[in-house]
Design a protein around this ligand. Structure first.
Ligand code: T5A
Length: 203
């Protein structure tokens, strides 16, 4: 029986997740709770090597999907499950919803294949809550253009990110009890306020 809480953060590239995860991490630590902050792809030494390949190297969508799940298998086994068993709060910047949004929604990969991999790699593990930072691809692209050079995913078209956004919203609608959707186009402080108000009900 896991004692901790597994929270994931999702949204299209440039939605502004990082700033808000920082705020939630600080808020939880102030309450004396153990927090494990992690990310996908990545989160382990092997996962970080896989991340470097995924963000830079051209590959077919099947290979891409398998690499995301390889990184995830290592992440679950070595980081997420041990932390949850200790009673920690695990805050993961992206998890399997991203595979449904990007590879299935964005790149038309077969959802039945993702479901098979999800069962194989995760078993019954699912996030306790998922925060979806919802924003238009136009605003997200403006933020990223100001912030840094684009990686392989960030260089995708507006139409691609429109499909990814729709796929996220569709998943949120199907699992309404798990998802908390925030309007990520607002000012950072007002997003933080909404997130921390919601987080009070998770403790
Ligand atoms: N991926 C991942 C898949 O395709 N399938 C999968 O299964 C998984 C797990 C990961 C990539 O991999 C893909 C998705 C991704 O494309 P990444 O670099 O980790 O790559 O990408 P992100 O997780 O998207 O991280 P980003 O840093 O790109 O996005 P964030 O964290 O959402 O954005 P953030 O916080 O860096 O903010 C971007 C800019 O906006 C500003 C920030 O200061 C920054 O400059 N900003 C705001 N500006 C105005 N108003 C606000 N409210 C703002 N909030 C932030």
């Amino acid at each position: 029986m896991q004692k901790g809480k597994f929270i994931t953060f999702e949204g299209i590239d440039g939605a502004g997740k990082t700033t808000q995860i920082d705020a939630l991490e600080f808020w939880l630590r102030e309450r004396g709770l153990e927090v494990v902050r992690t990310r996908e792809p990545g989160g382990t030494p092997l996962g970080e090597k896989i991340r470097a390949m995924l963000l830079a190297d051209d590959m077919c969508v099947a290979a891409e999907t398998l690499l995301f799940f390889a990184s995830r298998a290592e992440h679950i086994e070595r980081v997420i499950v041990p932390a949850l068993e200790r009673g920690a709060w695990v805050l993961s910047d992206r998890f399997t919803d991203a595979t449904y949004a990007y590879q299935v929604g964005g790149k038309n990969f077969d959802p039945a294949k993702v479901e098979m991999l999800e069962t194989l790699v995760q078993g019954a593990l699912q996030p306790f809550k998922t925060v979806l930072f919802d924003i238009s691809p136009e605003i997200a692209a403006q933020r990223l253009a100001r912030a840094r050079a684009a990686d392989r995913f960030e260089a995708e078209s507006r139409e691609f990110f429109r499909r990814v956004r729709e796929a996220y919203l569709d998943r949120a609608q199907r699992s309404a009890e798990r998802f908390f959707i925030v309007d990520a186009s607002r000012e950072p402080h007002s997003i933080t306020e909404a997130l921390l108000t919601e987080a009070q009900s998770w403790i």
